[in-house]
Design a protein around this ligand. Sequence first.
Ligand code: SF4
Length: 382
Amino acid sequence: MHCYVHIPFCRKRCGYCDFFLVTKEDLQERFFSALYEETAERLAALRGSTFHSIHFGGGTPSLVSVSYLERWLETVFRYVSLSDDAEITIEANPEDLTIDKLRDLASLGVNRLSIGVQSFLPEKLLALGRCHTAPDAFRVTGEAMNLFDNVSVDLICGAEGESLGEWQRDLDCAASSGVPHVSVYMLTPEKNTLLFRRLKKGQVTLPGEAVQAALYDAACAMLGDRGFEHYEVSNFSKPGFFSRYNLGCWQRESYLGFGPSAHSFLVSGTDEVRSANVSSLIRYMASPGKAQASREVLSPEEQIDEKIFLSLRLSSGLELDDLLHYHKNSSEVLAIVERLKEQGLLEILDGAIKVSRKGFLFADKVAEELLPGLSAMSGVKK
Ligand code: SF4
């Protein structure tokens, strides 16, 4: 089982971000009291379980005092243990990572840092409205690599006016820093963000699909040349340095999510249940024992749709035999596979359907074509 904990605090909201978070730091004490309560209550029912990974996400977990995280881990370890090779990741922003903070995180047992660098270029960081500078990004990445073996940097791709040359400079800085993992996220105007509103008003323009495709292709090519394996749509790692927590989620292993807006997924035999905590800090803190806002038991058809959807995000792909088994009409689904192959979006290697580099950019659309639940070929073989 994996574990996610959502720390919902940020200094300020970035214009493109639609995550659940607040900017009121004075609520931290009350939030952590609630988090300890929720954690103890839920883990008491799972006493004796083993976590293979713990992921501090947010928000900005590096913003809060390490002592809060330490106390949360103490609560966790009263009920569950960690596997010997467990991964403990914290998402961190460069402006929080003093050398002392890095040392404290290492002492806490954190063994993987995921740093929200987003760019190494001063103008791009300004355009994105980030709180750190380019020198911060270089300093922190270097210091993190001195203290941790396993460091990831996030890069944002497709900022306003970004040229191919600028993007290649960012990729080069990330690869040259020695980090064994890079995540690349296309800047997307999510609804209810400042970026979306500015885009609607014509105050900002983002690269079109063709430029986005060229930027993404450059990331695949450059990081591939520098020894990174493209193991998921947005993720590149040196051998063995993939994110265990994220890979577990994509491979549909069980995970428990704590904190407001956190999601959980529990597999027990053939039963699969997804649930989500309430997306309101006030309601969460008022009643942490009743944080769950929704719970859904997946039908066999929904389980299959999810397996196809998530498998196609991964370089390991989906077994062709499995796909044929899921569909009532094999010849129809084979015709779709053939068409997607001809369009250069799919390939079949060693009996598995894999999304091509070109197809990765449209992985969700490719998967939708192959879902028995959404396609014209409804029905699952019994
Ligand atoms: S720091 Fe990260 S989580 Fe916080 S607002 Fe910015 S993008 Fe969102």
